[in-house]
Design a protein around this ligand. Structure first.
Ligand code: ADP
Ligand code: MG
Length: 343
């Protein structure tokens, strides 16, 4: 360990928490008390319902520190939770972080992780109000729990979709999966020859989609401005196919997704060509794009059709029709969930 780095066991838990706390500010009016007591104090806003969600990230299962910088990991850990809050049509307010770190980590490494979380807290206007810290015999485990709020009655469940509702998605898909392919390839090249320099310059977009996804809180705000109440919503963490099937199962509907409308960015198309992968398959079965997939009544078509960052992919149908991808030639192909599994 270089001299300028501090082993975790040199400073103790309280000093570590003190250092992690530096630079954190509370912005939300509902954050009455943050880090430092036995529990945080939160004041809910009148007329709002609260949503709460948690995600557990385990080294070697959900992330690989050989190519994921700790700062990015911290940002992503917050972003993926905020994405779940956004998928309820809610805005995040506070979060807590539980951390378990092995002996190979230094104080500075944990501070890097927190620097990323702090950036995400600023970006999403959410307050880090507490957590827990323990040693581990192995690697790094990180659990983030986020609280959010939504005007009473306006939360978007997965179950509210109706046949004929338009099926919409924000942004573009498949990029994060291709970013992972690029990073895995560079890692193998590095393991074979540590002298090689990673060739990431041409893949900036897809790598960034993998390492530093953004939660689409902007879409939640814009839907409100457009006066649109999504009838159902989910975030795209496991690939489009799996998320469409979740909405259909919960709503008791089928769906038609037109393959020609699946939004793909140019860098995604280029990377897919290079890896000899079908970009539509990457969008359907790849993971971690963290876009929002939602349905709106067909009467909202005018409000949404010209939005530059929302694509109408198709529509819900009667359950009996099943959930299908409709090819350019009009052929229906049943959607199958082949999303990520951690097991
Ligand atoms: P307790 O023994 O009651 O669990 P701790 O000493 O673990 O208390 O925590 C003291 C304070 O520091 C609490 O407010 C807790 O929320 C906060 N805290 C502990 N670990 C972290 C962490 N990793 N990130 C943010 N806050 C933390
Ligand atoms: Mg504790």
């Amino acid at each position: 360990m270089p001299d300028n780095l501090t082993p975790l066991n040199a400073i103790g838990e309280f000093a570590l928490i003190n250092r992690l706390q530096a630079g954190l500010t509370l912005r939300q009016p509902g954050s009455v008390l943050g880090i430092g007591d036995d529990a945080a104090i939160i004041r809910p806003t009148a007329g709002m319902e609260q949503v709460m969600t948690t995600d557990l990230l385990v080294e070697g299962i959900h992330f690989d520190l050989s190519f994921c910088p700790l700062r990015h990991l911290g940002y992503k850990a917050v972003a993926v939770n905020v994405s779940d809050v956004a998928a309820m049509n809610a805005l995040p307010t506070q979060l807590v972080v539980a951390l378990s770190v092995g002996p190979r980590f230094t104080v500075e490494a944990v501070e890097e992780l927190y620097a990323g979380m702090r950036l995400a807290c600023e970006a999403y206007h959410v307050d880090l109000v507490g957590g827990d810290t323990t040693a581990s015999r192995g690697g790094l485990t990180l659990a983030v729990t986020v609280l959010g709020e939504v005007p009473a009655g306006q939360a978007a469940r997965r179950s509210g979709g109706q046949p004929t509702d338009l099926l919409c998605v924000s942004g573009d898909l498949g990029g994060a999966f291709l970013g992972l392919q690029v990073l895995e390839r560079e890692k193998q090249a590095f393991l074979a020859d540590p002298e090689t320099q990673p060739e990431l310059a041409n893949y900036e977009y897809v790598v960034q989609r993998q390492l530093r996804p953004e939660a689409r809180l902007d879409i939640v705000h814009e839907l409100r401005e457009l006066g649109i109440q999504p009838t159902s919503m989910i975030d795209v963490s496991d690939g489009l196919a799996s998320e469409v099937l979740h909405l259909c199962a919960a709503s008791g509907t089928g769906a038609r997704v037109f393959s020609e409308f699946v939004p793909l960015a140019n860098p995604t198309l280029e990377a897919a060509a290079e890896f000899n992968l079908d970009p539509i398959t990457c969008a359907l079965n790849g993971g971690e794009d963290y876009e929002l997939l939602f349905t709106v009544p067909v009467t909202d078509h005018e409000k949404i059709k010209n939005h530059p960052d929302i694509t109408i992919l198709g529509h819900l149908t009667d359950k009996a029709d099943g959930a299908n991808l409709i090819t350019k030639t009009g052929q229906p192909i049943p959607l199958k969930a082949q999303g990520w599994t951690s097991f």
